[in-house]
Each structure stands twice: as C-alpha cells, then as structure tokens.
Design a binder for this molecule. Structure first.
Ligand code: SF4
Length: 428
C-alpha cells in the first residue's frame, strides 16, 4: 500500500520460528482494563474483590476523579478474609447490597477477581450467579478475573467481554458484530464507514449501555478490533458466530484490509468500496507520511506487553518505513494475528512470552532507535540512552481506523523527536 513498503514474502512471518522464553516478566495486571472499560460501558460498575494494592493500582491508573462518581471500586479483602477467619462471600454480598442501594444507575455489575481473591479461592462465579438471581432483571451480575497471576494487562478486557458473551440472548439475524472497546468517537467513525458501504445491521461489543439490542447466533459474523481478544473469539465461536479474519485496523493499510474483509463478507461492490474509502485513505496516507519522516529507516524493538505488537510492527514497517529488530508478544494467537503476520516481512526475531533479563540483553545489544515497552522498563532504558514508547498509551489513545492513523504514527515519532531535542541541548 505504501511505495516504501518492503515486499512481504508470500506468508511473511506466519511460519517464522518463534523464540519462546519463560522467566520473570514485566507487565501490568488485567485490572488496568477497567480504566477504559468503565468509560465505555456507561451503566456498568466494576467491583474489584482484592487488596489495598489492587485499590491503589486502580486509583493511580485512573487518576483522581473529582467531578464524577467513579464506576469502579474495590471490595477490600482484609486479613481476616485472607486467613479464612471471616466469610468473604457474606461480606461481598453485603458490600454489593450497599452499592446497589446507593447507585440505582448501575445495570451491569462486574465482580472482578484479583490475585488475593484467587489465592483464597473465593468463588466469584457462584457469587455472581446468586447476586444475579437476586437483582435481576434490573442488574446483571457477571464475574471475570483481572488477576496478575500469569496475565498481561489487556487480558482484562478480553476476560470481561468473554464473560458477557454466554449471557447474550440468541438471535437468528444476519448481522455484523464488531468486538473491542473503542472510544465512542472512533466507534462512530467506523459505523459511519460501514453504513456508507451498506452494512447497516452492525452491533458492537461491548455496547455502551446494558439495554442495547445485543444478541448473538449462528448468522452472526464478527470482526475483532483489538488483537488481544482470543478468549472472546473462542466464546463467540461457542455461540455459533463466525470470525472474519483480517489485519487489524491500524494505519491506512490495516484499516482498508479490515474494511475490505468485512465488505467481501457482505458482498459489497468493489467500486462502492473504493468510492467510500478513497478520501479517508488519502487523508490517512498524508497524515502518516508526515509522522513517518522521522520514523523512516529507524529500528524498533518491541517488548511483550499490550498484545498489539504484531499488528503495530506490521504498521510501522510497511507504512512508516521502520525496520523491526524484535517483535515480542505475550502470546501469539495465529487465529487472531495471522493476517498481520503474513504481511510482516521476514527478518525480525519473533518472541512469545518473556524472560526479561535475556530480552534486555538482546535489546541493549541491538541498540534500537525506539523501544516499545511497559512503564517499568521505560525509565531505566531511557536512562541508558534508549528512546522508548509506553505500550499502555496505545490502549488509552484513539489509534484505530483512518482518522487516527496519523496520531498512531505520531505516538511513535514523538519519542524520537524528544530524544533529538535532548541530544541537541546536551551538545550546546
Ligand atoms: S490483581 Fe494482583 S497484580 Fe493486580 S494489583 Fe491486585 S495484587 Fe497486584
């Protein structure tokens, strides 16, 4: 799509060897997802059943909310709960009763498991079932785990959506379900594009409100907008829905191929497709080209963190002229990222999982121009002279589809610009 794009071999990195390492890894836990999910689902409340550490993580990730009553909180497990001296189930039920009495606006309540609740084996599924029966039909209570035991932070959204899928009503309608929490403005742009292509029966998971007409069945086809939704993909398959595999809608090329895959499924005429996408494609290309001036020819190294690494490496190499040295991902699910892997030219080390010390050694040896990593690694690497990009920003910033393509490239070019300024200042 880009004249500078390296020619990908027929299957790109799809069959490339994967370096698999297990060891200490540096990631946030799945509770982090609550920060963007509670903004998206406007009548949901996320009740973390956890420790004071979990409460602090949420508070610091969310910042201080002064004007709005937050729609998440922590039911703190005290030492007596952890030691098995108190009935944590009873305490949780009391806490939920107090919350629902005070907050009549809540229509969906998620009990979110944490490391402490898992360690004491608190059965949140049973609690959710009992509470759902008590508060139905006004409130639906579901549970999922956001614990940091063997997870990475984006798994929280996947676990949340996967928990909602079995509870969705059945439908026979032929419909498109778009899966992944996008900022409202981006979701509206996507719906507008699909509408112009004549694809009108579109539902989005998660819906903004619980009373949406969201349902699923064997005539449902679905497209993912985030590459970390493997559990949701499996849950939708169990409901008879069919996945439309496609590269993820990052950048002009990714967006066009994502839309094209959906358009082909619905038999959209190619001339109409070209007419609808022509102008936004041109805008996206122009916006990317501006940011790509600084990225062109630079080398990028991905630590495994957001699970967005493979589609982003595809975007940066094919649309921004970068070279990928290593692309690390917490998990490589070829049923999800296969189309992106096919487009990623052979060359980079593909790594799944992490042994952070070994990976740091490889990164220091490679001396990439840009390192994409978690917050915990970014500051030490900056201090060593490497330019870094925090992976978590990629989920807090609107980056999908055509109108955000320039901003996405900008997220990667800014750290390089900052480093150039610092070098200039140091030289003066
Ligand atoms: S869920 Fe686990 S990793 Fe996450 S804040 Fe709580 S204790 Fe820490």
């Amino acid at each position: 799509m880009n004249s500078q794009a390296p020619p990908a071999s027929p299957r790109g990195c799809l069959d490339a060897p994967v370096l698999k390492q297990r060891g200490q890894h540096e990631v946030f836990c799945g509770l982090t997802g609550i920060i963007w999910l509670h903004r998206k689902m406007q009548d949901a409340f996320f009740l973390v059943v956890g420790s004071r550490t979990c409460a602090h993580l949420l508070q610091s990730a969310a910042g201080v909310m002064i004007f709005a009553e937050p729609r998440f909180g922590t039911a703190i497990l005290e030492e007596t709960d952890l030691a098995g001296l108190a009935d944590a189930q009873e305490e949780l039920e009391r806490e939920v009763a107090r919350l629902l009495e005070r907050r009549k606006d809540i229509r969906q309540l998620f009990l979110v498991g944490s490391c402490p609740s898992e360690v004491i084996k608190l059965d949140l599924a049973r609690a959710a079932e009992r509470l759902s029966a008590r508060y139905a039909p006004h409130v639906r209570v579901l549970n999922y785990s956001g614990s940091g035991i063997e997870t990475t932070f984006t798994e929280g959204e996947d676990a949340c959506l996967a928990a909602m899928i079995p509870a969705l009503p059945e439908t026979d309608e032929r419909q498109l379900l778009v899966v992944g929490a996008l900022p409202d403005v981006v979701e509206d742009q996507m719906l507008d594009l699909l509408g112009k292509l004549g694809i009108d029966n579109v539902k989005v998971l998660p819906a903004r409100r619980a009373d949406s007409t969201l349902a699923v069945g064997s005539n449902t086809v679905f497209a993912l907008t985030q590459p970390f939704l493997g559990g949701s993909l499996a849950a939708l398959g169990r409901r008879g829905a069919r996945h439309i595999p496609a590269p993820f809608p990052f950048g002009e090329e990714g967006t066009t191929l994502w839309l094209r895959a959906v358009a082909m499924e619905f038999g959209v005429d190619l001339t109409l497709f070209d007419t609808v996408t022509h102008a936004p494609r041109a805008r996206a290309k122009k916006a990317i080209a501006k940011a790509a001036e600084r990225l062109n020819g630079k080398r990028v190294f991905f630590f495994p963190d957001s699970q967005m690494e493979i589609p982003l490496a595809r975007f940066l190499t094919r649309e921004c002229g970068m070279e990928a040295v290593e692309v690390g991902a917490p998990f490589i699910h070829k049923g999800v990222v296969g189309p992106d892997l096919e487009l990623l030219a052979e060359g980079p080390t593909l790594a799944e999982g992490q042994d952070v010390e070994l990976q740091l050694d490889r990164c220091r040896k490679a001396q990439p121009d840009l390192t994409v990593c978690g917050l915990g690694l970014a500051n030490p690497l900056e201090a060593e002279g490497l330019a870094t990009k925090w992976a978590i920003e990629l989920v807090f910033t609107p980056v999908h589809f055509y109108e955000q393509a320039g901003d996405l490239a900008g997220l990667f070019s800014r750290p390089l610009g900052r480093r150039e300024v610092l070098k200039l200042e140091a030289a003066e």
